[in-house]
Design a protein around this ligand. Structure first.
Ligand SMILES: [Zn+2]
Length: 291
């Protein structure tokens, strides 16, 4: 990749990650003022930030695991830090109102925590703890702190872990998709066809032996739950194609799920042999495939 393309890729992935991290932090901060369903909010926040990072990976056209991982680690950290800075600000505003001025507030903070920065305010919030409105026996609402102090830090660590999990998984999954380095395009589904259910094992063995004639005999245009799917570069006819067999199997609980039983890159020569043997695809949504 040239320096200019690299700069564009960094801008696309970094810009998406930055915008999504800030938007996520702001949304969580606003939600925290109304309600804060423990773990549910960070889970939804992580899923949306992770999805945005995966989109950033696709837009950047940069199939780098290292870059995807770096974005997946940095974005949740930044988002969570901004969220806490905003939450600190909310506490500061309340304390300043109660104490009568910014100087008075900073004096109290200095006496109790020894400093006045981000960590001092975070520590003050840990002391305050998390309150969950609950109904007491008399039917009145009581705002008793559920956790505070060290337990609050442990809770925040769990939140950050939940937030980070999706942010790491989603972009790493996005970067696994095959990529044509020549055209700088991600592969797309070129088409699919069905594998006759009764001949599924034969089809798989035939592919492993590269017996394309026998494999083609096991195919049918429609009417089977087992699929053979082909992914190719959308621009050129030079790059290898990805062939995947997805068979419907029982998940052990009586339900069917699709399992990938074959996933290989085929050279253009192999693909040509396969097509000569009668491998015909239908388009991704029932349309005739382009190539
Ligand atoms: Zn290409």
């Amino acid at each position: 990749m040239g320096a200019r393309a690299r700069a564009g890729a960094v801008a696309a992935l970094g810009g998406t990650g930055l915008a999504a991290a800030l938007a996520g932090a702001w949304t969580a901060h606003l939600l925290a003022g109304v309600f804060y369903a423990a773990i549910l909010v960070p889970a939804a926040w992580g899923a949306s930030l992770g999805a945005a990072l995966a989109a950033g990976v696709r837009w950047s056209r940069w199939p780098s695991r290292r870059a995807a991982l770096a974005a997946g680690l940095a974005a949740p950290l930044l988002s969570y830090a901004v969220f806490h800075a905003l939450q600190n600000g909310r506490l500061r505003q309340r304390c300043v109102e109660r104490l009568g001025g910014r100087e008075e507030y900073e004096q109290v903070l200095l006496e109790r925590k020894g400093s006045t920065g981000f960590w001092a305010e975070l520590s003050l919030r840990a002391d305050t703890g998390m309150t969950v409105p609950r109904r007491s026996r008399g039917g009145r609402r009581a705002d008793a702190p559920v956790i505070s102090g060290a337990a609050m830090y442990a809770y925040w660590a769990v939140e950050l872990a939940v937030l980070s999990a999706a942010c790491i998984l989603f972009p790493l999954r996005a970067v696994r998709r095959p990529f044509c380095a020549h055209c700088r395009r991600w592969y797309v589904l070129a088409g699919e066809t069905c594998v006759v259910a009764a001949r599924a094992e034969t089809a798989l063995r035939a592919l492993e032996r590269r017996d394309f004639a026998l494999f083609a005999e096991c195919l049918v245009p429609d009417g089977s739950v087992h699929l053979a799917r082909l992914e190719t570069c959308p621009s050129c006819g030079e790059s290898p194609a990805r062939l995947r067999l997805q068979f419907a199997v029982d998940d052990g609980r009586g339900r069917a799920k699709r399992a990938v039983v074959y996933d290989r890159m085929l050279s253009r020569e192999s693909l040509h042999s396969l097509r000569s043997a009668g491998f015909v695809l239908r388009g991704p949504r029932g349309r005739p495939a382009g190539r």
